[in-house]
Each structure stands twice: as C-alpha cells, then as structure tokens.
Write a protein that binds this ligand. Structure first.
Ligand code: DAV
Length: 377
C-alpha cells in the first residue's frame, strides 16, 4: 500500500499537492465575520454574487497552467470537487445566503506528518467548504493505511463568536491602519471573541517541530490553544505582526529553507520571543522585496503582498508570481532557482501560489530546527 500523505514543513521536496479551483467563487453574502463593499466593481455593501465569468475563466486558466507546471516537475496534482457556492447554507444556529468557493485549499487543510486536519474556519460562508475536499481525503484514506484523517471541532459560529457582528468592520474601518494596530492588533482583539476555538489552517507556519501560529481576524486564542493540545509533539508558538487586518500568515512570514525566513517588509513581527527564538537558533530573517502592484486588483480581498505568497518545490527551487520581478531577483540573490508562474488573475479568488495549494506529500521526516527554546514560549 502506498504512502500518500506526509509533510512536516514548507520546503522539503514536494511530491504531491492539492491545487484548488476558481469555479463558482462568490463575493460572499454579508455575515458577521465578513462584509464586502466594492461599489466601483459592482458589489456595493450588502450585495453578493459570483465573480464575473471572464475573471473566473482567466483564473482557471492560470491555475490549470500551474497544475501542469507542477506535474512537469514530477509533482502529482489533485483537484477538489466544485460545489454550488451560490446556495444558501444553514445549521441549527444560523442561515447564510452564500458559500465562498474552493480556490484556496491552504486556508482549510493543515498537513502535519501523516495527518490532514480540516480547520474550523471562522466564516459561516466557509463552514461547509470541507465537503469539496472530502472525495480526495476519502481516497487518501482508502489507499494510505497510515493516513490520519482529522477534523477540528465544527464551530457553532453563533453571534457570540463575533464582536458586534457586522458593525465591527464599519467601526474598525473608521480608523487609520496605524490606529487599528493600536486598538486591535496590540490587544490581539479584532472581530472574533474567545467563545470557541477558531482557526484557519493558513495561519499556521510549519517549521518541523515548531509551528508558528498567527493570531488574526480568522484565528483566535482558543484556536491556538486547541492546536497546541492537538499537536503534543510540536511546539506551538503564537505570533503577531504589525498589521491592521491580519488574515493568514503566508503573505506575512514564510520559511525558505532551514535557517532562512522571509518577513513582510511592512508587517514586522510584534512578538519579541519569536525574533529571539530565530536568532538563538541561527535563523536569519530577511525582509521581502517590494511588490509589483501598488494596489490590489478589483474584487480582491487579499493584499499586494501576495508577491511573497510563494510555493517551494524544494529548498533550492521556488515558484513565484511572474510579474513579481523584484521578489524573483531577491530569491536569485538568496541562491534559489526561480520558476515564474502567471497567477495574479487568481488573487480575487482568494490568494496566491501558496494559498492555492495544500501539501499532500513532501519528502523528509519530523526534524527540530530550533533546538534552543525559550521557557514558556
Ligand atoms: O495578507 O494579503 C493573503 C493570504 C490569503 N489567504 C494578505 C492575505
């Protein structure tokens, strides 16, 4: 019987990966976790609906091209199933007028060793997204006797899980970014309460035995506590960055190879212990290059910093968005072979090259890259 699932970090040689799909992605209906407001692009506040067909086609073309490129590099590519994301969904606790999509598997699937964990997610529109991956997970389960198929406790997501419901965002946006950092980031308190554990998989950075988990608008303290108890063999470190609306760590702080990490040049780490831990263990943290775009594309909820949202084929080879020339140059100078991939059409569907993928198999075992630790961190 083959071993299908194995991945302990972000840089060992990739052999199998899930690449999402743009099909049917929605500008989500309003909900307490998320309010979209893009009047210039056809979606004023309160409205929702599928992203335009021509945008979807362009995104799918780039994703199919990326999948083919991965296969050319001897990586097996699996794709999820598309659901009708325009449907209303409900649990006994709430009704939500639309789902979201299935472009970014990284947000929901966390592969650690021989386990894939379905994250809780923190948006009602994304509560049922795991269903799109179930056919794949089921087939891994049938083929790989060592695969551990795991799901975090499904959250209730009642109004008690959110601060002031949809009003929170209007209130937050009335302040400048700097003020929001003072009011929310420094207090580690944005839209989510501590009612129940909530996390997105994309807030977790996998560095072997050490996992760095970002407190964010998608991941609360209880979520990090749940992860800590779930991975007793790992050291789970909470991290925080200088950023008004943190959501997912992979356009903020990423490992490149043992001893080298890339940090967003604007969103510096605000956790002193984290910086000390990297220094003590001989890791270098370099600030990323300037992004190619000065503004995010229409209907995109991710930032221009998708420039650093990259995928490592192995610890010497990196997939980088094609127009991100400065970022590519930096990787060359750091000793990487760079493989450019056109991918900005995918941004409005939920992210870049790292978001659009979820590891299934990377070579290698669990290793300790931070043998010196700080007690209590
Ligand atoms: O920082 O622009 C990128 C990651 C979304 N999955 C950002 C979010």
């Amino acid at each position: 019987m083959p071993k299908i699932v194995n991945s302990w970090n972000e840089w060992s040689r990739l052999k199998r990966v899930i690449v999402g799909r743009a099909d049917g992605t929605m500008v989500q209906a309003p909900e307490p976790a998320t309010v979209r407001d893009w009047p210039e692009d056809g979606f004023p506040k309160g409205t929702y609906g599928p992203l335009p067909q021509e945008m979807e086609d362009a995104a799918n073309e780039q994703m199919d091209n990326f999948a083919a490129l991965l296969e050319k590099h001897n990586v097996i590519v699996d794709r999820p199933e598309v659901l009708d994301f325009s449907q209303q969904v409900s649990t006994p606790d709430w009704k939500q007028d639309s789902m979201f999509g299935v472009m970014p598997p990284r947000d929901i699937l966390l592969t650690i060793g021989n386990e894939i964990l379905e994250a809780t997610m923190s948006q009602r529109s994304r509560w049922f997204e795991y269903l799109a991956y179930r056919p794949l997970l089921q087939s891994y389960f049938e083929q790989d006797p060592e695969f551990r198929w795991e799901s975090a406790p499904k959250p209730r997501l009642t109004d008690a899980s959110y601060v002031d419901g949809m009003d929170f965002w209007e209130y937050a946006e009335s302040f400048s970014d700097e003020e929001q950092i003072e009011r929310f980031t420094k207090k580690k308190q944005w839209n989510l309460t501590e009612e129940e554990p909530l996390f997105d998989a994309a807030d977790v950075g996998r560095f072997g035995r050490d996992l760095f988990v970002q407190r964010s608008t998608a991941t609360n303290g209880a979520g990090i506590d749940w992860l800590r108890r779930h991975y007793p063999e790992h050291r789970v470190h909470e991290v925080l960055f200088y950023e008004a609306h943190p959501m997912h760590i992979d356009a903020t702080f990423i490992p490149l190879r043992p001893g080298l990490a890339l940090s967003n040049r604007q969103r510096y780490p605000m956790t002193d212990e984290m910086v000390k831990l990297f220094e003590m263990n001989g890791w270098k943290i370099v600030p990323c290059a300037e992004p190619a775009l000065s503004e995010k594309p229409p209907l995109c909820f991710c930032s221009v910093w998708l420039s650093m949202n990259t995928l490592l084929l192995d610890e010497k080879t990196i997939f980088v968005e094609e127009s991100e020339k400065a970022q590519q140059q930096q990787f060359y100078e750091l000793g990487f072979e760079v493989i450019p991939v056109p991918f900005w059409a995918v941004g409005p569907f939920g992210g870049g090259l790292h978001c659009a993928t979820a590891d299934v198999y990377r070579e290698g075992d669990l290793e300790d890259y931070f043998p010196k630790q700080i007690p209590g961190y």
